[in-house]
Design a protein around this ligand. Structure first.
Ligand code: HEM
Length: 381
């Protein structure tokens, strides 16, 4: 298993990032047999060049190893064109009323108490329910589905590849749903995946299984952390919180700044396909590389006052959703869920403040960044 520096404070890797960007921006880590890359310029170069920096880091034929996230061109382009036909911005935008309803139901159940844990009470369940609904998982299967999903997500977050039994259970389940939709299509994502076509080619059953699996993995913990990190960052910066509360149109800007400032995905992973010099260092073919997205997003050579949390930045320069051919396919969905959740919270929860009664602990994951709990107090608005 991969473990980087032990985390004592929730976001304490940032002082390490600053030190590394200044002293060792591309450095070999003997313990993990991998290169760590910290500057925006180098991270950007890696993400832009899939020919030299491959995403196919794990051998094997599992659903995750063969998913869109871990394959290279030309297969990647073909696969991405197919799934993009089903996972369209239009389909995402149509979810707005339903996501608003789900968020409001969660807030209704805590609002009178004047306190909540943003993670447990909202940002953990929200993306899972949304993905279930998108996929068309019937209500009666949600317990089974939730149980195995939690296991796959927990294993993946620890960067251990994934629990095989759980992957098989979920894979078999997705296949069952696909068979039902083939006979009787519905207006859901699996039905759309079944009919997607490029040059007469369609997705195989296996492709559909692996795409559904990666949606669960790539889309749930990340969005959970984005919403949690947003409330944490805003309560940590009351002047920005007030600015957004006075003008809710600023919520999308605040979300982009949170993704930059407390990036939910800390690093991506690549393997060098040939010998290459990066930041003056010789990387050899076959070596593993971690481009640290969270560090790139604080690089003072790219961002003015990078350590400052502010809404006055040109839009979307961060690499929080990656860059290039693997740019996050779910970014429109993550942005929509976060916008609705934050807008509703800022509208309905007045005098929002973080509870200082508990020590805030980081989640146990090298690659993702977030808090286990974000306890807040407020007055019902
Ligand atoms: C890819 C971040 C939410 C689905 C990526 C990548 C990043 C990322 C950094 C690129 C990885 C790489 O280059 O190796 C995030 C963040 C999110 C988020 C920060 C939330 C705040 C979502 C959601 C979904 C999703 C909600 C779908 C439900 C995907 C998929 C890919 C991906 C399918 C692979 C795309 C490809 O390889 O072509 N995401 N993601 N993500 N993300 Fe997201």
């Amino acid at each position: 298993m991969l473990t980087h520096k032990p985390i004592t404070n929730a976001f304490d890797l940032y002082s390490w990032f600053t030190l590394m960007r200044t002293t060792n921006p591309v450095t070999y880590d003997e313990d993990h047999h991998a290169w760590n890359v910290f500057s925006y310029k180098d991270v950007y170069q890696i993400l832009t060049d899939p020919k030299t920096f491959s995403s196919h880091i794990l051998p094997g034929e599992g659903f995750i190893e063969t998913s869109i996230l871990m394959i290279d061109p030309p297969m990647h382009r073909h696969y991405r064109n197919l799934v993009s036909q089903a996972f369209t911005p239009r389909r995402i935008a149509q979810l707005e009323p339903r996501i608003t309803e789900i968020v409001d139901t969660y807030l209704d159940s805590v609002i009178e108490s004047g306190k909540m844990d943003v993670i447990q009470d909202l940002s953990y369940p929200l993306p899972l329910v949304v993905i279930c609904e998108m996929l068309g998982i019937p209500m009666e299967d949600r317990d089974f589905f939730g149980y195995w999903t939690e296991i796959v997500i927990a294993e993946f977050a620890k960067f251990q590849g994934g629990d095989l039994e759980a992957q098989q259970k979920l894979g078999a389940y997705f296949l069952q749903i696909a068979d039902l939709r083939r006979k009787e299509p519905k207006d859901d994502l699996i039905s759309a995946l079944l009919t997607a076509q490029v040059d007469g080619e369609r997705l195989s059953d296996r492709d559909i299984q692996s795409f559904c699996m990666i949606l669960l993995l790539a889309g749930s913990e990340t969005t959970r952390n984005l919403i949690g990190n947003a409330i944490y960052a805003l309560t940590e910066h009351p002047e920005v919180l007030a600015q957004v509360q006075n003008n809710l149109e600023l919520v999308p800007q605040a979300i982009e700044e949170v993704i930059r400032y407390y990036s939910p995905v800390r690093f991506a992973f690549r393997v060098a396909t040939s010998d290459v010099i990066l930041g003056g260092q010789q990387i050899k073919a076959g070596q593993l590389i971690f481009p640290w997205i969270a560090s790139a997003n604080r690089d003072e050579h790219h961002f003015t006052s990078a350590e400052h949390f502010t809404l006055d930045r040109p839009a979307q320069q961060h690499v929080g959703f990656g860059h290039g051919i693997h740019f996050c396919l779910g970014a429109p969905l993550a942005r929509l869920e976060a916008r609705i959740a934050l807008t509703s919270m800022l509208q309905r929860l007045k005098c929002l403040r973080l509870s200082h009664e508990e020590h805030l602990e980081a989640i146990v994951s090298p690659s993702l960044q977030g808090l286990q709990k974000v306890p807040v107090y407020f007055q019902p608005g």
